[in-house]
Design a protein. Structure first.
Length: 96
C-alpha cells in the first residue's frame, strides 16, 4: 500500500494528495456545474476559509474540495514534496 502524501493547501488545511484525481480552475461552466451537483449531494469540502476559490480538487471518493490557492501552487508543492523525499533517500531510493 502506498504511503499517504499530505500537502498543505492553505490556512492550516492539509489534503491527502494520493486521493486526488484532478485539480482544476473553478472558472469554467462544467466545473461550476460539478461543484453545484456535489453541493446537492453534500460532497463539497470547502477549505477556502471564506476566501475566493482558486482551485477545485476532485477526489477518488467523489468529494469536491475547494481551495483558496492556485492549482499551480498546489502542483508545485507536490513536486517539491516529492523532490525533497528523493533528496533524502538518494537517486536509487536508498537512505543516505
Amino acid at each position: 500500500m502506498a504511503d499517504t502524501e499530505l500537502i498543505h493547501i492553505g490556512f492550516g488545511n492539509i489534503l491527502a494528495m494520493n486521493r486526488v484525481i484532478s485539480i482544476a480552475s473553478p472558472g469554467s461552466a462544467p466545473i461550476k456545474r460539478l461543484i453545484q451537483e456535489a453541493r446537492g449531494k453534500n460532497l463539497v469540502v470547502d477549505m477556502t476559509n471564506g476566501r475566493r476559490t482558486k482551485a477545485v480538487l476532485i477526489m477518488d471518493s467523489n468529494h469536491v474540495v475547494l481551495a483558496a490557492i492556485n492549482p499551480e501552487t498546489i502542483s508545485g508543492r507536490v513536486g517539491n514534496n516529492r523532490g525533497s523525499s528523493k533528496a533524502a533517500t538518494g537517486a536509487d531510493g536508498r537512505l543516505s
